[in-house]
Design a binder for this molecule. Structure first.
Ligand SMILES: [Mn+2]
Length: 326
Protein backbone atom coordinates (compact mmCIF):
# COMPACT_ATOMS: atom_id res chain seq x y z
CA UNK A 1 0.00 0.00 0.00
CA UNK A 2 1.18 3.50 -0.73
CA UNK A 3 -0.13 6.62 0.99
CA UNK A 4 0.76 10.04 -0.43
CA UNK A 5 1.32 12.47 2.42
CA UNK A 6 0.90 16.15 1.57
CA UNK A 7 -1.39 17.54 4.27
CA UNK A 8 -2.25 17.03 7.91
CA UNK A 9 -5.30 14.82 7.25
CA UNK A 10 -3.04 12.23 5.65
CA UNK A 11 -1.25 11.62 8.95
CA UNK A 12 -4.39 10.01 10.35
CA UNK A 13 -4.94 8.21 7.03
CA UNK A 14 -1.38 6.82 7.16
CA UNK A 15 -1.92 5.59 10.68
CA UNK A 16 -5.19 3.88 9.77
CA UNK A 17 -4.00 2.31 6.50
CA UNK A 18 -0.80 1.03 8.14
CA UNK A 19 -2.51 -0.44 11.21
CA UNK A 20 -5.26 -2.08 9.11
CA UNK A 21 -2.61 -3.56 6.82
CA UNK A 22 -0.61 -4.83 9.81
CA UNK A 23 -3.68 -6.42 11.42
CA UNK A 24 -4.55 -8.13 8.11
CA UNK A 25 -1.01 -9.47 7.75
CA UNK A 26 -0.40 -11.33 10.97
CA UNK A 27 0.53 -8.58 13.41
CA UNK A 28 -0.75 -8.93 16.99
CA UNK A 29 -2.12 -6.01 18.95
CA UNK A 30 1.25 -4.84 20.25
CA UNK A 31 2.84 -4.96 16.80
CA UNK A 32 -0.15 -3.12 15.28
CA UNK A 33 0.36 -0.42 17.90
CA UNK A 34 4.02 -0.03 16.99
CA UNK A 35 3.17 0.09 13.28
CA UNK A 36 0.58 2.79 13.98
CA UNK A 37 3.07 4.84 15.95
CA UNK A 38 5.79 4.56 13.32
CA UNK A 39 3.35 5.44 10.50
CA UNK A 40 2.25 8.51 12.44
CA UNK A 41 5.82 9.63 13.09
CA UNK A 42 6.89 8.99 9.49
CA UNK A 43 3.92 10.89 8.04
CA UNK A 44 4.46 13.76 10.49
CA UNK A 45 8.15 13.87 9.56
CA UNK A 46 7.31 13.96 5.84
CA UNK A 47 5.07 17.00 6.34
CA UNK A 48 7.43 18.74 8.71
CA UNK A 49 10.73 18.27 6.92
CA UNK A 50 9.72 17.73 3.32
CA UNK A 51 6.16 19.14 3.07
CA UNK A 52 5.26 16.02 1.07
CA UNK A 53 6.28 12.45 0.51
CA UNK A 54 5.07 8.87 0.41
CA UNK A 55 4.62 6.12 2.91
CA UNK A 56 5.01 2.60 1.49
CA UNK A 57 3.54 -0.21 3.59
CA UNK A 58 4.24 -3.84 2.79
CA UNK A 59 4.95 -7.25 4.25
CA UNK A 60 8.47 -8.63 4.31
CA UNK A 61 9.59 -12.24 4.64
CA UNK A 62 13.30 -12.81 4.24
CA UNK A 63 16.56 -13.62 6.04
CA UNK A 64 15.69 -11.14 8.77
CA UNK A 65 12.34 -12.78 9.60
CA UNK A 66 8.84 -11.65 8.67
CA UNK A 67 6.63 -8.71 9.47
CA UNK A 68 5.48 -5.29 8.39
CA UNK A 69 7.69 -2.85 6.54
CA UNK A 70 7.26 0.91 6.42
CA UNK A 71 9.22 3.12 4.07
CA UNK A 72 9.04 6.89 4.34
CA UNK A 73 10.21 8.55 1.11
CA UNK A 74 10.75 12.21 0.39
CA UNK A 75 12.64 14.29 -2.16
CA UNK A 76 13.50 17.19 0.10
CA UNK A 77 16.96 18.43 1.02
CA UNK A 78 18.11 15.33 2.84
CA UNK A 79 19.93 15.20 6.13
CA UNK A 80 23.50 16.40 6.38
CA UNK A 81 23.96 14.42 9.56
CA UNK A 82 21.83 11.32 10.04
CA UNK A 83 23.17 10.27 13.49
CA UNK A 84 22.62 13.77 14.86
CA UNK A 85 19.09 13.94 13.42
CA UNK A 86 18.30 10.81 15.39
CA UNK A 87 19.11 12.33 18.74
CA UNK A 88 15.95 13.27 20.55
CA UNK A 89 15.67 17.01 20.86
CA UNK A 90 17.60 17.72 17.68
CA UNK A 91 15.53 19.05 14.82
CA UNK A 92 16.10 21.52 12.01
CA UNK A 93 12.37 22.23 11.71
CA UNK A 94 12.06 23.91 15.09
CA UNK A 95 10.06 21.07 16.61
CA UNK A 96 10.89 18.71 19.48
CA UNK A 97 12.64 16.38 17.03
CA UNK A 98 11.49 13.13 18.58
CA UNK A 99 10.39 11.61 15.22
CA UNK A 100 13.41 9.63 14.07
CA UNK A 101 14.42 8.56 17.57
CA UNK A 102 10.89 7.32 18.25
CA UNK A 103 10.81 5.37 14.97
CA UNK A 104 14.15 3.76 15.75
CA UNK A 105 13.03 2.71 19.23
CA UNK A 106 9.77 1.15 17.98
CA UNK A 107 11.29 -0.67 15.00
CA UNK A 108 12.98 -4.07 15.02
CA UNK A 109 15.06 -3.00 12.03
CA UNK A 110 15.79 0.59 11.19
CA UNK A 111 17.94 2.19 8.50
CA UNK A 112 18.10 5.59 6.82
CA UNK A 113 19.48 6.62 3.45
CA UNK A 114 19.80 10.37 3.27
CA UNK A 115 22.25 12.64 1.51
CA UNK A 116 22.23 16.42 1.17
CA UNK A 117 20.24 17.25 -1.97
CA UNK A 118 19.06 13.67 -2.46
CA UNK A 119 16.08 13.39 -0.14
CA UNK A 120 15.54 10.90 2.64
CA UNK A 121 14.39 7.28 2.74
CA UNK A 122 13.60 5.77 6.13
CA UNK A 123 13.10 2.04 6.59
CA UNK A 124 11.42 0.52 9.64
CA UNK A 125 10.51 -3.14 9.99
CA UNK A 126 8.34 -4.59 12.74
CA UNK A 127 8.48 -8.34 13.27
CA UNK A 128 5.07 -10.01 12.98
CA UNK A 129 3.83 -13.44 11.99
CA UNK A 130 5.86 -16.48 11.04
CA UNK A 131 8.71 -16.30 8.55
CA UNK A 132 8.23 -18.71 5.65
CA UNK A 133 11.64 -18.34 4.05
CA UNK A 134 14.31 -19.48 6.47
CA UNK A 135 17.90 -18.77 5.42
CA UNK A 136 16.76 -16.58 2.57
CA UNK A 137 18.62 -13.46 1.49
CA UNK A 138 17.38 -9.97 2.28
CA UNK A 139 14.68 -8.85 -0.13
CA UNK A 140 13.12 -5.40 -0.41
CA UNK A 141 10.51 -4.18 -2.88
CA UNK A 142 8.11 -1.42 -3.79
CA UNK A 143 5.00 -2.21 -5.79
CA UNK A 144 2.72 0.60 -6.95
CA UNK A 145 -0.42 0.27 -9.08
CA UNK A 146 -1.23 2.56 -12.02
CA UNK A 147 -2.49 5.84 -10.55
CA UNK A 148 -6.13 5.40 -9.53
CA UNK A 149 -6.13 1.58 -9.82
CA UNK A 150 -6.23 -0.78 -6.86
CA UNK A 151 -5.15 -3.89 -8.78
CA UNK A 152 -1.47 -3.90 -9.67
CA UNK A 153 -0.38 -5.51 -12.94
CA UNK A 154 3.19 -5.85 -11.70
CA UNK A 155 4.29 -8.53 -9.26
CA UNK A 156 7.45 -10.18 -8.00
CA UNK A 157 8.29 -13.45 -6.33
CA UNK A 158 11.21 -14.92 -4.50
CA UNK A 159 12.14 -18.50 -3.70
CA UNK A 160 15.01 -20.89 -3.12
CA UNK A 161 15.56 -23.39 -5.93
CA UNK A 162 17.67 -26.22 -4.49
CA UNK A 163 19.27 -23.62 -2.26
CA UNK A 164 19.74 -21.03 -5.02
CA UNK A 165 18.09 -17.67 -4.34
CA UNK A 166 15.80 -16.94 -7.27
CA UNK A 167 13.95 -13.74 -7.97
CA UNK A 168 11.26 -12.98 -10.55
CA UNK A 169 9.68 -9.73 -11.70
CA UNK A 170 6.60 -9.74 -13.93
CA UNK A 171 4.70 -6.92 -15.63
CA UNK A 172 1.29 -7.95 -16.96
CA UNK A 173 0.54 -6.16 -20.25
CA UNK A 174 -1.43 -2.96 -19.73
CA UNK A 175 -2.72 -2.36 -16.23
CA UNK A 176 -5.70 -3.12 -14.00
CA UNK A 177 -7.35 -6.44 -13.20
CA UNK A 178 -6.45 -8.28 -16.44
CA UNK A 179 -2.80 -7.34 -16.09
CA UNK A 180 -2.90 -8.43 -12.45
CA UNK A 181 -4.42 -11.80 -13.51
CA UNK A 182 -1.51 -12.46 -15.86
CA UNK A 183 1.01 -11.48 -13.19
CA UNK A 184 -0.69 -13.70 -10.60
CA UNK A 185 -0.47 -16.73 -12.90
CA UNK A 186 3.24 -16.08 -13.43
CA UNK A 187 3.75 -15.94 -9.64
CA UNK A 188 1.85 -19.20 -9.16
CA UNK A 189 3.88 -21.02 -11.84
CA UNK A 190 7.07 -19.58 -10.34
CA UNK A 191 6.32 -21.17 -6.97
CA UNK A 192 5.02 -24.45 -8.48
CA UNK A 193 7.86 -25.00 -10.92
CA UNK A 194 10.79 -23.40 -9.18
CA UNK A 195 13.67 -25.67 -10.07
CA UNK A 196 17.30 -25.01 -10.66
CA UNK A 197 16.82 -24.18 -14.33
CA UNK A 198 15.53 -20.64 -14.99
CA UNK A 199 15.09 -21.30 -18.72
CA UNK A 200 12.63 -24.14 -18.11
CA UNK A 201 10.85 -22.01 -15.54
CA UNK A 202 10.38 -19.12 -17.96
CA UNK A 203 9.23 -21.56 -20.67
CA UNK A 204 6.59 -22.86 -18.23
CA UNK A 205 5.50 -19.30 -17.45
CA UNK A 206 5.32 -18.50 -21.18
CA UNK A 207 3.01 -21.48 -21.77
CA UNK A 208 0.84 -20.76 -18.73
CA UNK A 209 0.29 -17.14 -19.79
CA UNK A 210 -1.10 -18.07 -23.24
CA UNK A 211 -4.76 -17.52 -22.23
CA UNK A 212 -3.91 -14.16 -20.63
CA UNK A 213 -2.94 -10.77 -21.90
CA UNK A 214 0.70 -11.75 -21.56
CA UNK A 215 3.49 -10.18 -19.61
CA UNK A 216 7.09 -9.13 -19.50
CA UNK A 217 8.95 -11.44 -17.17
CA UNK A 218 12.49 -11.95 -15.91
CA UNK A 219 14.04 -14.50 -13.59
CA UNK A 220 17.45 -14.11 -11.94
CA UNK A 221 19.01 -16.96 -10.05
CA UNK A 222 22.12 -16.68 -7.91
CA UNK A 223 24.47 -19.66 -7.99
CA UNK A 224 26.79 -18.84 -5.09
CA UNK A 225 28.93 -21.93 -5.52
CA UNK A 226 29.34 -21.35 -9.26
CA UNK A 227 29.73 -17.60 -8.70
CA UNK A 228 27.29 -16.73 -11.46
CA UNK A 229 23.88 -15.18 -11.89
CA UNK A 230 21.66 -16.93 -14.43
CA UNK A 231 19.20 -14.58 -16.06
CA UNK A 232 16.30 -15.22 -18.40
CA UNK A 233 14.09 -12.36 -19.51
CA UNK A 234 11.33 -11.75 -22.05
CA UNK A 235 10.23 -8.17 -22.68
CA UNK A 236 10.69 -5.01 -20.76
CA UNK A 237 11.95 -5.92 -17.31
CA UNK A 238 15.25 -4.27 -16.42
CA UNK A 239 17.71 -6.40 -14.52
CA UNK A 240 21.03 -5.42 -12.99
CA UNK A 241 23.68 -6.73 -10.61
CA UNK A 242 24.98 -4.18 -8.11
CA UNK A 243 28.46 -5.05 -6.85
CA UNK A 244 29.91 -2.33 -4.66
CA UNK A 245 29.74 0.77 -6.83
CA UNK A 246 29.54 -1.24 -10.05
CA UNK A 247 26.41 -1.92 -12.06
CA UNK A 248 26.10 -4.74 -14.55
CA UNK A 249 22.93 -4.58 -16.63
CA UNK A 250 21.46 -7.91 -17.69
CA UNK A 251 19.91 -8.66 -21.07
CA UNK A 252 16.34 -9.70 -21.86
CA UNK A 253 15.06 -10.81 -25.26
CA UNK A 254 12.19 -9.02 -26.96
CA UNK A 255 8.73 -10.51 -26.74
CA UNK A 256 5.69 -10.97 -24.56
CA UNK A 257 5.49 -14.04 -22.34
CA UNK A 258 2.31 -15.95 -23.21
CA UNK A 259 2.26 -14.70 -26.78
CA UNK A 260 5.49 -14.13 -28.65
CA UNK A 261 8.78 -15.30 -27.24
CA UNK A 262 11.11 -16.17 -30.09
CA UNK A 263 14.05 -16.70 -27.80
CA UNK A 264 13.95 -17.91 -24.23
CA UNK A 265 17.62 -18.07 -23.41
CA UNK A 266 19.77 -17.82 -20.36
CA UNK A 267 22.60 -15.33 -19.93
CA UNK A 268 25.15 -15.79 -17.19
CA UNK A 269 26.99 -13.03 -15.38
CA UNK A 270 29.79 -13.12 -12.83
CA UNK A 271 28.60 -12.93 -9.25
CA UNK A 272 30.52 -12.13 -6.11
CA UNK A 273 29.31 -12.45 -2.52
CA UNK A 274 27.32 -9.51 -1.23
CA UNK A 275 26.19 -8.35 -4.66
CA UNK A 276 22.56 -7.29 -5.02
CA UNK A 277 20.17 -8.28 -7.80
CA UNK A 278 17.82 -5.54 -8.95
CA UNK A 279 14.76 -6.07 -11.14
CA UNK A 280 12.25 -3.42 -12.13
CA UNK A 281 9.37 -2.98 -14.54
CA UNK A 282 9.10 -0.26 -17.16
CA UNK A 283 7.01 1.70 -14.68
CA UNK A 284 10.47 2.98 -13.75
CA UNK A 285 12.80 4.64 -16.19
CA UNK A 286 16.02 2.66 -16.59
CA UNK A 287 18.13 5.81 -16.71
CA UNK A 288 19.05 5.62 -13.04
CA UNK A 289 22.69 5.87 -12.16
CA UNK A 290 23.95 4.38 -8.91
CA UNK A 291 26.93 6.77 -9.04
CA UNK A 292 24.39 9.50 -8.30
CA UNK A 293 23.69 7.88 -4.89
CA UNK A 294 26.92 7.35 -2.97
CA UNK A 295 26.51 4.42 -0.57
CA UNK A 296 23.04 3.41 -1.73
CA UNK A 297 24.13 0.10 -3.30
CA UNK A 298 25.38 -1.05 0.12
CA UNK A 299 22.19 0.03 1.91
CA UNK A 300 19.31 -2.24 2.84
CA UNK A 301 17.57 -3.66 -0.30
CA UNK A 302 14.31 -1.93 0.71
CA UNK A 303 16.07 1.44 0.68
CA UNK A 304 17.56 0.75 -2.76
CA UNK A 305 14.08 -0.15 -4.05
CA UNK A 306 12.49 2.82 -2.30
CA UNK A 307 14.93 5.45 -3.56
CA UNK A 308 14.83 4.21 -7.18
CA UNK A 309 11.03 4.06 -7.07
CA UNK A 310 10.86 7.57 -5.58
CA UNK A 311 13.16 9.16 -8.16
CA UNK A 312 12.58 7.16 -11.35
CA UNK A 313 8.97 6.03 -11.60
CA UNK A 314 7.23 7.27 -14.71
CA UNK A 315 3.80 7.58 -13.09
CA UNK A 316 1.74 6.39 -16.07
CA UNK A 317 1.99 2.66 -15.43
CA UNK A 318 2.18 0.08 -12.70
CA UNK A 319 5.61 0.30 -11.13
CA UNK A 320 7.66 -2.32 -9.32
CA UNK A 321 11.21 -2.65 -8.16
CA UNK A 322 12.65 -5.53 -6.16
CA UNK A 323 16.15 -5.94 -4.76
CA UNK A 324 17.71 -9.08 -3.30
CA UNK A 325 21.04 -9.27 -1.52
CA UNK A 326 22.52 -12.67 -0.74
MN1 LIG B 1 4.52 -1.77 -17.54
Amino acid sequence: MIVAVADQSQVAASRRVASDFAAEHGADEAAVGRVALIATEMATNLLKHATRGELVISRYDDASGAGIELLGLDKADGMANVPRSMEDGYSTAGSPGTGLGAIRRQADQFEVFSRPGLGTAILARIAAGKPGKAAAPLVGAVLAPYPGETACGDAWAFGLATGKPTLMAVDGSGHGVLAADAAAIAVRVFHDRLGDNPTLLVEDIHRALAPTRGAAVAVAQVDRAGKVVRYVGIGNISGAILTGGEVRRMVSHNGTAGHIAPRIREFTYPYSAGAAILLHSDGLSNRWDMAHYPGLAASHPSLVAGVLYRDHRRGRDDASVVVMRT
